[in-house]
Design a protein. Structure first.
Lengths: 288, 460
């Protein structure tokens, strides 16, 4: 008898767990989204949970009058391939991913943050470390972000090359896969130094997830062009304009919730020709 | 040590606020849906394949080799391929799981059928029965309980895999988990981990029920069908798929990368071996302390809960959590694998000890041996054969997992594969996939050889 009730108890629990999921499943998906928007994992929105991404989605839906589905894969590669095969209409890409996606699939640049024109990578180390300049990095353990990240790999790598350091031979370099992971690896001292996106660094210092008494910046790269919002090649000009307008209309003071997710203050139109420098560097370093 | 404690403390208290739990419902459904839909395909396709292999027809060996081959492709890479073909979204994740678990179900069930008693099958053939009826009336009934518990085990693995694989397609618990970890919202990551533990626990219960009442397995069918329908691919990019996959051939590596291969292979094997070794060291005491025939029920339950926690969190996620304590590199990979594997092996060891035949134990007890002596001289030695097979299987598994933790900078072939993929150097990526394939095939061959040498039966 006891066995029987144990059996029924477990059965009920399992039915709840499984039937519950299947029964509500259809509501878990957005109904026929008109536009699908993707963001590379570098972007601000991946660093907050789904609940906190809602303001961005709502803003885009309201401004364009379209049903928006926001998709954030954990992978740069999947984002670009999805633009290539048409399963994403718009996406937020980093400088290097943009250059690759433009060449491979002809994606159209639309808008970017004003700060993306003058973007910097930061080289950081522990407060008490003896590292003062790029030259001190020889023989040290070093953390990059993702290999295809502009501010987490390409530009810091280029800066090191310019300073006469061969990152592959003179240092022990690893890829952490993300800016926050790089920051934490440096903070905890598990690597001697690392390079990361300045806007992620500032956001982490501001919200306390990085302890400013334990890390310091010892080198800032020259400015470069970074993140950009793009449209798939075949998206209509009308849809593109609506989408661009949604970003250009963002105002500090009024749309702070959305701007905070995007880690920016003002959006401007993007221009492909400005990426030529980045293309050249990426080609030289054989990352493109 | 302080860093480790601070890290653990950061997860408490979990965010159990209604608003967050509400926001997590969607991702939970998506992950479960992907796993259930993927498993339905895997069973519908994999079971007949296993029966073909099990009925020992000609060509079965080739099929078996092909299944092993598919399992050698890291599931993350499969997910990318599915995104290329089916677009971004849960469908890609579900189909990646379907392919991976078709191969797993096919191989594991085939092993099971081949280990089954051959006499009833020969008898059926002797009656003039066709191959199909031999399979259906001979093979399946022989192994129904094992099929069910292995099926449930595969479903559990699929749920965990759906977390990581699904995230590639941009959905489910994985996006949420990776997002909260990257944002250092550990309170919320803790919530997701608790949800995962509950999901894995409910599958354990399911397995318990099905072993007693197999007919309830049909209860899962409608759920699988609904999931399949909801997450069906709504998109199919044939031209894009042909050109992208075409770009992967011929597999090619620049000469500078060729020289690195031995070091990378060494690193991968070290990560897998190190992860398994540490796991064994931890799992032996944990397994003993959770075997109900060795320790009191209360202690066993408490330890089991701890094991479940270790097991519910996928290797890569442990890696993401550990980056602040052990940094990036092979050491992080070793610990990521070790923690998850300790959870898996601890549970399997406990089961091996609990399944020890009573006669032998009673015989020792009858000599007047105390509890400690019984445990030391009967339960542990008798259970260690099964424990050894599980360890061997887990080492093979970890060779594959070692390539997946490459994603978080653990190094080895996996990291090289991931980097080539991220930079769209697809012919290099394919070269690394083939190398991984070689490593896994070699390990399987070695493991089969060892099992035969010692006369161990096949295990999960």
């Amino acid at each position: 008898m006891r066995n029987r009730s144990a059996f029924i108890g477990r059965l009920l629990a399992v039915i709840l767990a499984f039937a519950g999921s299947a029964a509500i499943s259809p509501q878990g998906m957005a109904a026929d989204p008109a536009i699908r928007v993707g963001m590379i994992p570098d972007a601000g929105a991946t660093q907050v949970s789904i609940e906190q991404k809602a303001p961005l989605r709502d803003h885009l839906a309201k401004a364009t009058g379209l049903n928006v589905e926001l998709i954030i894969p954990t992978n740069y590669n999947a984002t670009v391939e999805a633009l290539g095969n048409g399963s994403l209409d718009f996406a937020y890409l980093g400088g290097l991913t943009y250059v690759i996606a433009h060449e491979k699939y002809g994606v159209v640049p639309m808008v970017q943050r004003e700060s993306d024109l003058q973007f910097h990578s930061l080289f950081i180390t522990q407060t008490g470390s003896s590292i003062k300049s790029l030259a001190d990095l020889k023989g040290k353990n070093f953390a990059y972000g993702d290999i295809v990240s502009t501010s987490g790999h390409l530009m810091p790598y280029a800066a090191l090359t310019k300073a006469g350091i061969d990152s592959d031979k003179d240092m022990k370099s690893r890829y952490t896969g993300s800016h926050p992971a790089t920051a934490k690896a440096v903070e905890s001292g598990t690597v001697d130094a690392g390079a990361m996106d300045e806007s992620v660094y500032q956001a982490m210092i501001a919200d306390g997830s990085l302890d400013k008494s334990r890390v310091r910046v010892f080198y800032t790269t020259p400015p470069f062009l970074d993140y950009v919002w793009v449209a798939r090649k075949d998206v209509s000009a009308a849809a593109r304009q609506k989408f661009e307008a949604a970003f250009l209309a963002l105002q500090k003071g009024r749309d702070d919730k959305v701007l905070e997710i995007l880690r920016g203050t003002k959006f401007i139109r993007a221009n492909d020709a400005l990426y030529n420098d980045l293309r050249k560097i990426a080609k030289e370093l054989k990352l493109f | 040590m302080n860093a480790a404690l601070a890290l653990i403390a950061g997860f408490f208290p979990p965010d159990l606020g209604l608003s967050y739990l509400g926001a997590a419902v969607g991702p939970v459904l998506q992950t479960m849906g992907m796993a259930m839909g993927g498993m339905l395909i895997a069973i519908v396709v994999g079971l007949p394949l296993a029966m073909i292999i099990g009925s020992r027809v000609r060509g079965a060996r080739v099929l078996y080799g092909a299944l092993t081959g598919i399992r050698a492709v890291p599931d993350l890479t499969l997910a990318i391929l599915c995104v290329v073909v089916f677009g971004l979204g849960p469908a890609a994740g579900m189909l990646a799981l379907a392919i991976f678990y078709t191969a797993m179900v096919g191989k594991v069930f085939a092993d099971l059928f081949m280990a089954a008693d051959p006499r009833p099958i020969e008898a059926l053939y002797a009656t003039g029965a066709s191959r199909i009826s031999v399979s259906i009336f001979g093979l399946v009934p022989l192994a129904v309980k094992d099929l069910l518990s292995l099926g449930c085990y595969s479903l559990e693995c699929a749920v965990r895999a759906a977390v990581i694989v699904g995230a590639v397609g941009g959905g489910g618990l994985g996006t949420e988990l990776v997002g909260t970890l990257n944002g250092f919202q550990f309170h919320r990551a803790a919530t997701i981990i608790i949800i995962l533990i509950l999901l894995v626990g409910s599958i354990d219960s399911l397995s318990w029920i099905l072993r007693r009442a197999p007919k309830f397995v049909f209860m899962l069918l409608p759920l699988g069908l609904v999931s399949l329908w909801v997450y069906r691919p709504q998109f199919f990019a044939f031209g894009h798929a042909v050109s992208t996959i075409g770009a992967m051939f011929p597999p090619q590596l620049p000469s500078s990368a060729v020289g690195e291969i031995p070091r990378l292979i060494g690193e991968t094997i070290l990560i897998a071996a190190g992860g398994t070794a540490f796991a064994v060291v931890a799992a032996i005491p944990l397994g003993i302390c959770s075997a109900r025939n060795i320790v009191p029920n209360g202690v066993a339950s408490a330890v089991r809960l701890a094991l479940e926690t270790l097991r519910a969190v996928p290797e890569v996620v442990w890696g993401l959590i550990l980056v602040t304590v052990v940094g990036v590199g092979p050491v992080a990979g070793v610990f990521a694998l070790a923690i998850h594997t300790a959870g898996v092996l601890g549970k399997l060891y406990a089961e091996s000890f609990e399944n020890v035949e009573c006669d032998a134990v009673h015989a020792i007890e009858a000599t007047g041996a105390g509890k400690l002596a019984t445990v030391l001289f009967a339960i542990i030695p008798l259970g260690s054969g099964a424990a050894a097979i599980n360890t061997l299987f887990r080492f093979e598994w970890n060779l594959r997992a070692a390539t997946v933790v490459g994603m978080i900078g653990a190094g080895g072939i996996g990291q090289a594969l991931y980097n080539a993929q991220q930079l769209f150097f697809y012919n290099q990526m394919m070269a690394y996939v083939l190398i991984t394939w070689g490593i896994v095939l070699f390990a399987e061959w070695l493991s089969t050889l060892t099992r035969r040498r010692y006369g161990w039966m096949s295990a999960i």
